[in-house]
Design a protein around this ligand. Structure first.
Ligand code: PLP
Length: 371
């Protein structure tokens, strides 16, 4: 590929931090882990952050910490218990799988055709048809790095008295009405998978919250449900973030804002030079971090072919909405917007290392099809 869709970054600074941590700290639970958590909490504007081993793990553990999972331990105070948890169908499968993993039922809802975000009118239609007693949570997704319409999610959640678990796995540093995502709901969940806007040199994740009890539960669940050295009072996993990854994460976090600035420059070059305004819009009340720069166009397949023929990478997130994945097919629940949306969208390269000339070259090829 002349212009790949994604490049994996490994800098001298990341290498030095990794070696330093490996030589000087415990491989598990080293000082870098605590520092990364403190710095991430400060960055996101929450009181606490607890690292975990992936974004999927962040979501799963958050549901458990909020008492939304099935758990047969008698001393656990389950205020809510499993039920139905709402999440949009235009997302990575983990947004829904975490719900299934906690023995809850994912109510997959449609997206709005403008930006592919969760469609609240769809939630309201569904809500009227379901057993409300069973509604136990909502996982809005800040898809493509663009904050969702959080006011509507919040008023819905308040009406229903359910917690909000933000899936901010694609949206490190994105803002809604001046507040960072991950600080808006009850718990925020982030992924550091290598394609994300920041990584830890492998899989990794983070949870953010203002609630001390929740963060303590998350820290316990990621460590097998440990209460003290030899006492375990809840179900748990081994889902900690390794020290070396935390050390790399600290370096990446330090550079996140400058990279976001570059992503925003890149999107403005695309917007200026594409023959049609076909890039998905930014939330008018927020700031996207452009994890994905997505065009929506009837000629999507032709654009993709033109790019591939000229060795320019592109990708489709997501070709198959979650409700049409084999594992969810039995839900048999048509969600027409997302089905249409998935056939129109194409992610263009968006990484900060792209040069202006490369962005212009991509525009040239897209314009050949859409002009
Ligand atoms: C929206 C969304 N949710 C959840 C995840 C899961 O994160 P991870 O791959 O780190 O488990 C991802 C990442 O792929 C994601 O993009």
């Amino acid at each position: 590929m002349k212009i790949p869709f994604f490049i994996q970054e490994f800098t001298d600074e990341m290498e030095e931090a990794a070696i330093h941590a490996l030589r000087n700290e415990s491989f598990v639970g080293g000082e870098s882990v605590t520092k990364f958590e403190e710095e991430f909490a400060q960055y996101t504007g929450t009181k606490y952050a607890a690292s975990v081993s992936s974004g999927n793990g962040a979501l799963q553990i958050s549901l458990m910490a909020l008492g939304l999972n099935w758990d047969n331990t008698e001393n656990e105070n389950h205020s809510r218990r499993p039920g139905t948890i709402i999440t949009p169908t235009n997302s990575f499968i983990a947004s829904a799988n975490c719900i299934r993993m906690s023995s809850s039922f994912p109510l997959l809802v449609d997206v709005n055709m403008d930006d592919g975000g969760i469609d609240l009118s769809d939630i309201k239609n569904k809500k009227n048809k379901m057993d409300l007693e069973k509604l136990s949570g909502i996982i809005p997704v800040h898809i493509y790095g663009n904050p969702c319409d959080f006011d509507s999610v919040k008023s819905f959640a308040e009406e229903e008295d359910i917690p909000i678990i933000e899936d901010a796995c694609q949206a490190h540093g994105a803002e809604y009405k001046g507040k960072k995502v991950g600080s808006l709901g009850d718990v925020g969940c982030f992924s550091f998978y290598p394609t994300k806007n920041m990584t830890v040199g492998g899989d990794g994740g983070m949870t953010t919250t203002d609630n001390e009890e929740t963060v303590l539960k998350i820290k316990s669940i990621r460590d097998n449900g440990r209460k003290t050295k030899n006492e375990f009072d809840k179900l748990g996993f081994t889902m900690r973030l390794n020290t070396v990854n935390a050390a790399i994460g600290r370096v990446q976090l330090k550079h996140l804002d400058e990279k976001t600035t570059r992503r925003r420059e890149i999107v403005s070059i695309y917007r200026k030079n594409l023959a049609q305004d076909c890039i998905l819009p930014e939330n008018k009340d927020g700031k996207s971090v452009y994890h994905q720069i997505v065009v929506k166009h009837e000629k999507r397949d032709e654009i993709r072919k033109e790019l591939t023929d000229n060795e320019i990478g592109s990708a489709i997130y997501y070709e198959t909405p979650i409700h049409q994945q084999p594992i969810y097919k039995s839900y048999n629940n048509p969600l027409p917007n997302s089905e249409k949306f998935s056939k129109l969208i194409l992610s263009l390269p968006s990484y900060p290392q792209l040069t202006n000339d490369q962005v212009l070259k991509i525009c040239e090829h897209v314009n050949k099809i859409i002009s």
